[in-house]
Design a protein around this ligand. Structure first.
Ligand code: NAP
Length: 291
C-alpha cells in the first residue's frame, strides 16, 4: 500500500501534487491551507472531506507531508507543525522550493521526521488538478536519506525524472534554472529591442528571430554550448564587434552594457572551445569593456 500524504498550502503546486499523487495511488490524509476556502476547494477537486485551516489536524496521520506554502512561509508552517506536535514519528516532510534547502525544516527534527525537498522544475500557472504537469520534467531532490528515498519514489510515480542534488548546491541549482528560463526571456527582449532599431516592430520580432532561436537551442542539445556558438566573436571578427558597440552606443546607449556583458562571457566560451587564442580574446574583451 502506498503512503498517505498531507498538503499544507493549497495553491498551484499543492493542488497539482494532491491530484497527481492521488492518481498515482497515494492516499490523501488531508489538505490544509491558510484559508479554509482554499483547503475546501482543493478537497472538493480531490473528492475528500479531509481539509482544514489548522494544518496540524491533517498532517498528524500522514506518512508524507508536503509544505507547499510560498517560500517565505515554509519555516513558519514547519514551526507551527512542530509546536502542535502535528507530525507522526518517522514521517517524511518535504517542501517544494527551488531556492531553499531542506534544512529550513530543521525545526521539525525533534519530532523524529526525515526532512527533504522536491522541486518540480516546471511552471505551475493554475490550481487545476487535471493532466499531469509532472510528466517528463525534472524533480530536483535533496535532504536526509529517508526523505530522499520517499521523494524519489513519489517523483518516479508522478512520471518525473529524479535529479538528486547536494543540499549546499541548492542555490547554485536555482540560479541555473533562473538563468535558463528568466534570463533567456531577458536576452530575447534585448534582441527584440535591437531589432526594433532596425525598423522591425515587436509583433514581427519572434517570426523573424524565432527560427534562429529554435535552431540555436537544437544545436546546444546536439553538440553542447561551445560547438553551438557561431557569429563574430567565435570567428574573432573584431571589426564587426566594434561596429556593433559603436552603433548601439549611438542608437540605444542604455542597451550597451548588457550587450557587452553577454559578449564578454561569449568570448570566454569561444576561448575555452579553442576557437580564438588568448590575444584575440584580450582584444575582444577590451572592446567589450569600453564605456
Ligand atoms: N508555481 C510554480 O511554478 C512553482 C514551481 C516550482 C516550485 N514552486 C514552489 O512551490 C511552493 C508553492 O508555490 P505556489 O506557486 O504553489 O504558491 P501559491 O500558488 O501562492 O500557493 C501557496 C498556498 O499556500 C497557502 N499558504 C500561505 N501561507 C500559508 C501558511 N502559513 N500555512 C498554510 N498555507 C499557507 C496560500 O494561501 P491560501 O490558503 O490563502 O490560498 C496558497 O494557497 C513554493 O515553495 C514555490 O517556490 C512553485
Amino acid at each position: 500500500m502506498k503512503a498517505s500524504f498531507a498538503i499544507v498550502g493549497c495553491g498551484r503546486v499543492g493542488c497539482a501534487l494532491a491530484g497527481q499523487m492521488q492518481r498515482a495511488g497515494y492516499r490523501p490524509a488531508g489538505l490544509a491551507s491558510k484559508s479554509l476556502s482554499s483547503a475546501r476547494d482543493a478537497a472538493e477537486q480531490l473528492g475528500t472531506e479531509l481539509f482544514s485551516d489548522k494544518p496540524w489536524e491533517v498532517t498528524k496521520h500522514a506518512d508524507v507531508v508536503f509544505i507547499t506554502t510560498p517560500d517565505g512561509q515554509i519555516e513558519n508552517a514547519a514551526s507551527l507543525l512542530a509546536d502542535k506536535q502535528g507530525v507522526k514519528k518517522n514521517a517524511v516532510v518535504l517542501h517544494c522550493s527551488g531556492s531553499q534547502p531542506s534544512t529550513i525544516l530543521s525545526v521539525l527534527k525533534p519530532c523524529g521526521v526525515s526532512i527533504g525537498s522536491l522541486h518540480p522544475l516546471q511552471s505551475f500557472a493554475s490550481k487545476q488538478m487535471e493532466g499531469n504537469p509532472f510528466e517528463n520534467i525534472i524533480a530536483a531532490i535533496e535532504g536526509e536519506p529517508d526523505a530522499v528515498a520517499m521523494a524519489s519514489r513519489i517523483a518516479t510515480d508522478l512520471s518525473a525524472t529524479c535529479l538528486t542534488i547536494r543540499t549546499d548546491a541548492k542555490t547554485a541549482y536555482h540560479a541555473a534554472a533562473v538563468v535558463a528560463s528568466n534570463y533567456l526571456v531577458a536576452i530575447q527582449d534585448l534582441a527584440f529591442r535591437l531589432l526594433a532599431l532596425a525598423g522591425i516592430p515587436p509583433e514581427n520580432a519572434f517570426p523573424v528571430l524565432g527560427p534562429l532561436i529554435q535552431g540555436t537551442v537544437a544545436n546546444i542539445k546536439k553538440v553542447g554550448t561551445q560547438k553551438a556558438l557561431t557569429g563574430p566573436i567565435v570567428r574573432g571578427d573584431t571589426d564587426t564587434v566594434r561596429t556593433h558597440v559603436h552603433e548601439i552606443r549611438r542608437l540605444a546607449p542604455d542597451l550597451l552594457s548588457l550587450y557587452q556583458c553577454l559578449g564578454r562571457h561569449t568570448v570566454l566560451v569561444a576561448e575555452s572551445g579553442g576557437n580564438i587564442n588568448e590575444e584575440k580574446a584580450a582584444e575582444l574583451l577590451a572592446l567589450l569593456s569600453e564605456s
